[in-house]
Design a binder for this molecule. Structure first.
Ligand SMILES: Nc1ncnc2c1ncn2[C@@H]1O[C@H](COP(=O)(O)OP(=O)(O)OP(=O)(O)O)[C@@H](O)[C@H]1O
Ligand SMILES: [Mg+2]
Length: 1038
């Protein structure tokens, strides 16, 4: 599962079904199939309701990491996929929060993983409970007690390389906060026979091998040990090495753990000395020696080993040697000593070794308890973890197996009682109708074993205490008598002889049909083992050692405390302690871990179906499931049911405001689930059929997809909206700032403008005021000045006559007058000639007369010109005017003009009135003659030239014959429109007449005359005077 995915139920991503109660259909096959399926997918845990089934994976799985611990921490049991941590968490939380003492019952056969499971539970609880230096030390001590006990109490068996050879129940004690305070360990029946003899392929307890492999040379020397295993009779040789087990490393771990738990260095030394002594005891060998009295005696073959043991234990060699040779029986003041034969000597030796080791083990447990004991006296909450040896069926089953299997029967009993009771109570509590379910109750087997009057254990005790010859056979006989009719007891010799013909059942055996299968027990050794006798000589010898530990292990060897009372038998002791344990467990809330062993090869990935099927059967797992499903396959508190499925109904989604029970009702009604499919308990909904649950799950899955889309949609909308609002906000802020900026700018501008205007106005006002003030001041000053002048004037006027002041002005005026007089007089003398063209003028004598001098020059010139003009007559004036006119008309236009300037215009050159020749002509002309001269007329038709008299009067121009004076033509001057001449010096000119006039009929006139300039000027002037119009004088070269 990807890390990001969050699990909210064990139903998520489930392989098979996580809870077998949900199996559909439910058969043994489907149950196994489901276990196998999950096992193949590395899901080794499966639930039956609240019971955890654990299938041993025989390999390391990555499901015990600190992350996993965090994942399961404070989560509900069904929230995540099945795990031992879920159970541990549930137990721990109900201990802490609900103040309920808990016990965790781990059952299963040897090698199924009970010890591992118990360690996992402990480590989980250690990880989640309180922290702090003191608490951590307690935790560490509790955890480290495991390696110590395993080293001394575990061994390799055919079924398990680390098989627990003792039962262990550990109470972990907590304070009200859930912090660990300490613990108490109880141990049950160590399989001590293993010390002296191991079945084929099995080993002695780990510690022997660990010591030899891991002990330093010095240590071994000190303990008088050899490193080789084969030096020791007590070490089974065929499997001294176990694959994947490093004894040397484990030895270091154990020593370290002992240190952490609180063993002193010398204590560890003492313990190892005892271990060495046990190992060496096995090497003591006896040889027979015949005595005179005919009795066989035994002698120690090689006393070296005995010597070393005695050195190790600080023992007098003779004492021990004697203890191996004699047996003293004391009865009522009587002391009888008998010699031991070889067999008895060996028996005594082994008994000593077993006892020594067994007592050492018990001492270790007590010593650990001392260390981990809770210090404070406050009220404690307790979590018990029971890891007891599993049900065992060997080829040769003896007293130990009988005891172990009895214990397992008891545990099964408590399992049946508690689970069924609990289940039943739950239904009653929830008010659900309950029908009884048939299941196998093993009470009958327990009864067979433990019944005080006729139980097997009682029979055995009876036999052991009975005077007379007691053997295993007499015990079997007794059983045959008493238990023959018991349905679970089988034997060849039983009275009913039901099994007389059963050849599989040897004569020295009996068989019990345990809940987990039939087990055949060999009676051999039952009596001895039950008696658990150690010859008094040996215990006394042990007490006599100087070894403090050994001495303390054999208190009964103290002659002062010697008692003749028989110690309780092993069977009765065990029965009592099991009874105490059961009582203890019943007061606690049980949590079950049922371990299953998947194969006999201790190999990963192998799921031996037949083997598992067998375990499933005897563990009663199917019954367990059926009981859970009898009424209803699935139950869930209303709150969590509503929480999980509320999205399937519009009324409950997303919020249901009323009670969750009503919510679930509404939900199921809307989903149209048939009412017989569920039942409403007081706090839980009970679903009858797993299919219904899966349908709900399917619906939920589909709905979740829709919801995911919806969430996505809403999220996107939200994101966009948020973004938009943010942008809008930003935009407002930006525009506000911009507006502010511009307004500010504008304001500042206005302000500065206002200031300028203000300053101008103020300036203007100030200046105005200043002006006014200045004016006022000047007025005042002027008034003062005027007043001063006025007064001065008045005073001066008054006193003028008394001052010479006026003389200056007069002198000045006089001087000026003189200068002017002199100037004028001198000017009179210096005046230039009277000619108007004269340009010279005398220089001015004084600078101040500049204007006067110039004015005078102008006036003088004007006067001179007037004088000049005044000397001309009217006639002369007219001549000048004509000359002026001629100059205007011809100057610079006609070359001939320059010749004419010198010639005065005489006008009447012919003197008509005086010349008699022209008398007639004179008579014809009435008006004054303006011009009379002879010109040559050019005939325009032939070019002939004829002299003609050209006569001009004030209104006509007349042409007459030169000789006769005969008038040829008279033309009114008004008819002349224009005259044309050339630009050259010739005297040719044409007179153009007005079209339509009478004279014009003959056409224009063409003349030549030397006096052309005069003629045309006079003609022009005459016409102007007559008509007041100026005729056109064309001067060109055409
Ligand atoms: N959860 C687990 N993960 C990995 N290996 C495991 C697990 N449980 C058990 N094993 C393996 O199985 C072996 C046997 O387990 P364990 O010693 O717990 O059995 P047991 O039920 O205590 O047997 P016994 O009754 O003989 O004491 C362990 O040594 C270990 O190798
Ligand atoms: Mg174990």
């Amino acid at each position: 599962m990807p890390k990001s995915e969050v699990k909210t139920s064990l139903l998520d991503n489930m392989i098979g079904v996580g809870d077998s109660v949900l199996l559909e259909p439910l058969t043994e096959d489907t149950f196994l199939e489901n276990l196998k399926n999950r096992f193949d997918h590395s899901e080794i845990y499966t639930y039956i309701g609240s019971v955890v089934i654990s299938v041993n994976p025989y390999r390391h799985l990555p499901v015990y990491t600190p992350e996993k611990v965090e994942e399961y921490r404070n989560r509900n049991f069904y929230e995540l996929s099945p795990h031992i941590y879920a159970l541990a968490d549930e137990a721990y939380r109900s201990l802490r929060d609900q103040d309920k003492d808990q016990c965790i019952l781990i059952t299963g056969e040897s090698g199924a993983g009970k010890t591992e499971a118990s360690k996992l539970v402990m480590s989980y609880v250690a990880a989640v409970c309180g922290k702090g230096a003191e608490v951590n030390q307690v935790k560490e001590q509790l955890l480290q007690s495991n390696p110590v006990l395993e080293a001394f109490g575990n061994a390799k068996t055919m079924r398990n390389d680390n098989s627990s050879r003792f039962g262990k129940y550990m109470d972990i004690e907590f304070d009200f906060k859930g912090d660990p305070l300490g613990g108490v360990i109880s141990n049950y029946l160590l399989e001590k026979s293993r010390v002296v003899k191991q079945p084929r392929g099995e080993r002695n307890f780990h510690i022997f091998y660990q010591l030899l492999s891991g002990g330093s040379e010095d240590l071994l020397k000190q303990l008088k040990l050899e490193r080789e295993f084969n030096q020791y009779n007590y070490l089974g040789l065929d499997s001294a090495k176990v694959n994947g087990v490093d004894d040397a490393a484990n030895f270091r771990t154990v020593k370290n753990a002992m240190q952490i738990v609180g063993f002193m260095d010398d204590e560890v030394e003492l313990v190892l000395e005892v271990v060495a002594a046990v190992l060496k005891l096995g090497n003591i060998e006896f040889k027979p020696e015949s005595r005179v009295n005919g009795l066989d005696e035994s002698r120690i073959q090689d006393k070296n080993e005995l010597k070393e043991i005695c050195e190790l234990l600080g023992q007098d060699q003779a004492v021990l040697e004697r203890a191996f040779s004699f047996r003293t029986v004391e009865a009522k003041q009587e002391k009888v000593s008998t010699t031991l034969n070889v067999a008895q000597a060996y028996y005594a030796r082994d008994a000593l070794a077993k006892n020594l080791y067994n007592r050492l083990f018990t001492w270790l447990v007590n010593r650990i308890n001392e260390s981990i004991k809770a210090q404070s006296k406050v009220r404690k909450k307790v979590m018990g973890v029971l890891d007891i040896y599993g049900f065992e069926i060997f080829e040769n089953n003896s007293f130990e197996q009988f005891i172990i299997n009895y214990c397992n029967e008891k545990l099964q009993q408590i399992f049946i009682e508690l689970t069924l009771k609990e289940e039943q109570e739950e239904y009653i509590k929830e008010g659900i109708e309950w029908t009884h379910i048939e299941y196998f109750n093993n009470a009958i087997i327990c009864e067979l074993i433990e019944n005080n009057t006729n139980g097997i254990l009682a029979m055995l005790d009876e036999e052991c205490l009975r005077p007379g010859t007691v053997t295993d056979e007499t015990f079997l006989e007794k059983l045959n008598q008493v238990c023959a009719v018991h349905e679970r007891f089988e034997s060849r010799m039983s009275k009913s002889s039901r099994f007389l013909n059963d050849t599989t059942l040897p004569h020295n055996c009996f068989r019990i049909q345990h809940y987990a299968g039939k087990v055949m027990y060999h009676v051999e050794g039952f009596v001895d083992k039950n008696n658990d006798l150690l010859y008094r000589d040996l215990s006394q010898a042990m007490w006599k050692t100087n070894h403090v530990l050994v001495k303390s292990l054999f208190p009964e060897g103290n002659p002062a405390k010697m008692s003749l009372k028989r110690p309780p038998t092993a069977g009765s002791q065990f029965k009592a302690s099991v009874a105490t344990l059961m009582k203890n467990l019943q007061t606690k809330n049980p949590n079950y871990i049922r371990c299953i062993k998947p194969n006999d090869q201790k190999a990963p990935h192998i799921f031996a179906e037949a083997l598992v099927r067998h375990q499933v059967r005897y563990l009663g797992l199917m019954e367990n499931v059926r009981v859970r499903r009898a009424g209803y396959a699935f139950k869930q508190p209303y709150e969590s049911c509503l929480e999980r499925y509320k999205m399937l109904c519009s009324q409950t989604w997303p919020h249901w405001r009323q009670g969750s029970r009503d919510g679930v009702k509404v939900l199921l009604t809307e989903l149209q689930i048939p009412p017989e499919e569920f039942s409403y308990g007081r706090s839980k909904i009970f679903i009858r059929n797993p299919r219904t649950l899966f349908e709900l799950e399917d619906l939920r899955k589909r709905r979740l997809e829709d919801l995911a889309t919806l969430i996505q949609k809403i999220y996107r909308g939200w994101k966009c909206r948020t973004n938009f609002l943010l942008m809008k906000k930003s935009q407002i802020i930006i525009s506000a700032w911009t507006k502010r900026h511009f307004q500010r700018k504008k304001y500042l501008q206005l302000k500065s403008v206002t200031l300028i205007i203000q300053s101008y106005i103020r300036g203007w006002k100030a200046r105005k005021l200043l002006r006014e003030l200045k004016h006022q001041k000047r007025c005042e000053e002027s008034a003062t000045t005027i007043a001063a002048y006025w007064r001065g004037f008045q005073v001066r006027r008054e006193y003028r006559k008394f001052f010479r002041a006026n003389a200056g002005k007069k002198i000045y005026e006089f001087t000026i007058q003189r200068i002017m007089q002199k100037y004028f007089l001198e000017m009179k003398k210096k005046l230039p000639s009277m000619s108007p063209t004269e340009k010279t003028w005398p220089p001015r004598p004084y600078f101040f007369l500049d204007d006067t001098h110039t004015e005078l020059k102008r006036i003088f010139h004007l006067w001179r010109c007037k004088k000049y003009r005044d000397q001309f007559t009217e006639q002369k004036k007219a001549i000048f005017e004509e000359k002026l006119e001629a100059s205007e008309l011809f100057k610079d236009k006609k070359a001939l003009y320059t010749n004419s300037v010198q010639q005065p215009f005489q006008g009447d050159y012919l003197e008509i009135s005086k010349n008699p020749k022209y008398q007639k002509l004179n008579g014809a002309v009435e008006e004054k003659i303006v011009l009379a001269d002879v010109v040559n007329k050019i005939n325009r038709a032939n070019g002939k030239v004829a002299p003609r008299i050209f006569l001009l009067t004030q209104s006509n121009f007349i042409l007459a014959d030169q000789k006769s004076g005969q008038i040829k033509s008279t033309i009114p001057v008004m008819d002349i429109t224009s005259v044309s001449v050339s630009k050259q010096t010739d005297g040719l000119f044409a007179v153009h007449l007005k079209e339509g006039s009478t004279a014009a009929a003959k056409g224009d006139f063409l003349f030549t005359s030397d006096r052309l300039i005069e003629i045309i000027t006079k003609l022009y002037r005459t016409i102007f005077f007559k008509t007041n119009q100026k005729i056109n004088v064309e001067i060109n070269n055409e």
